[in-house]
Design a protein around this ligand. Structure first.
Ligand code: PMV
Length: 353
């Protein structure tokens, strides 16, 4: 048995624009997906999903990856669990050169699904890591990120940047521009996340921005302006001491850029009333800045506030289902347990605050 976990992430800046070659800065957060993998003697895959926002389920299948089990949970949830896990299994088989390997897989996640926190990337990264280790192969984080990217690329029909998977594999703050992915230094920023209980359709939202960009020069300019915001944010981070608490000036300036970024994402049509209401609740509570994170349309916002005020305000905001502090997680994928005496997945999960 091998148990691996990988973190979710927030976008400090740059979602959507990253699809068109602009840079983005996602940051790993201390909310993890944990995947337990047991190698089988046959080529079957058995998947048990727990805590994936809704009731869990168990399915067993073999061969045809188009097969979807007949279970009483929303199709999106089944697709998310089975589709991403199928793709992760394919990548693990490929990396270990073991095309017929079968696995029992249990997924547990503290990351809401499809809500802009990189839940699928965390499951795929942790799944490939645990499955390859079960087959006696240890991938370095960069190769793991590459395999995880290919898995997401397959499931999302090519609509995936490397941002989520690279960030989840490496941990910390990262910079992604096309194929160029690297870790960057950043102090521990005081992220607060608000979650509206919903999810956006990433494919539809990306397609919406693409067509606006094709139709209007000013929409293309808006995407480029997001790139300018990212570059401004990056140079602020580069000047900061990564080992010290962030200064007030840094938080104020990063917050201003986050507000600007949210405004441009809103203009590109990827925000929603609930996301905007949470953003405004955070700003009214004194957050340095707030923006949606990820594809948008619903899901999560991220705010910067070192005080408890934003989290409290969000908890009293009608549109907000959950609000929590999310520390920067400098560790990416990690092995939680391995061997026959491995403790069950999830035993290391910790609630943020
Ligand atoms: O919602 P998420 O966490 O899947 O993020 C999507 C980010 C986009 O930039 C909109 C798409 C991408 O693949 O980068």
């Amino acid at each position: 048995m091998t148990v691996s976990s990988a973190p979710g992430k927030v976008y400090l800046f740059g979602e959507h624009a990253v699809v068109y070659g602009e840079p983005a800065v996602p940051c790993a957060i201390e909310r993890r997906a944990t995947v337990t993998v047991d190698a089988r003697t046959d080529d079957h895959i058995r998947v048990e999903a727990r805590d994936l926002s809704l009731d869990g389920f168990t399915v067993e299948y073999a061969g045809d990856t188009d097969y979807r089990p007949d279970v009483d949970v929303p199709e999106g949830l089944v697709d998310a669990a089975v589709g991403y896990i199928d793709a992760a299994v394919e990548q693990a088989r490929d990396a270990a050169d073991a095309p017929d390997a079968g696995f029992d897989i249990t997924v547990e996640s503290e990351i809401p699904l499809g809500a802009g926190l990189g839940s699928s990337a965390a499951v795929v990264v942790a799944g490939i890591d645990a499955a390859t280790r079960e087959l006696g192969v240890e991938l370095d984080p960069e190769s793991l990120a590459e395999h995880a990217y290919r898995a997401e690329f397959d499931v999302q029909d090519g609509q995936a940047s490397r941002a989520d998977t690279f960030c989840s594999a490496m941990g910390g703050a990262v910079r992604v521009e096309g194929d160029d992915c690297r870790r960057i230094d950043a102090p521990n920023l005081p992220f607060v996340v608000g979650f509206d209980g919903g999810a956006g359709d990433t494919g539809e939202l990306v397609a919406g921005v693409r067509s606006l960009r094709e139709e209007y020069d000013f929409a293309a300019d808006t995407v480029e302006s997001i790139g300018d915001i990212v570059r401004a944010g990056e140079s602020l981070l580069a000047d900061a001491d990564p080992d010290a608490e962030p200064t007030d000036d840094l938080l104020v300036e990063l917050g201003r850029l986050m507000d600007f970024d949210h405004g441009l994402l809103e203009a590109l049509g990827v925000s929603s009333r609930t996301l905007d209401n949470m953003v405004w609740a955070a700003r009214d509570a004194g957050a340095h800045g707030a923006k949606l994170t990820g594809a948008g349309g619903g899901g999560c916002i991220v705010a910067l506030d070192e005080t408890p005020e934003t989290r409290t305000a969000l908890r009293y905001t009608a549109e907000c289902r959950d609000a929590f502090r999310a520390e920067l997680d400098r560790e990416g994928v990690r092995v939680e347990a391995s061997g026959t005496d491995a403790t069950p997945a999830g035993s290391t999960n910790t609630e943020a605050e």
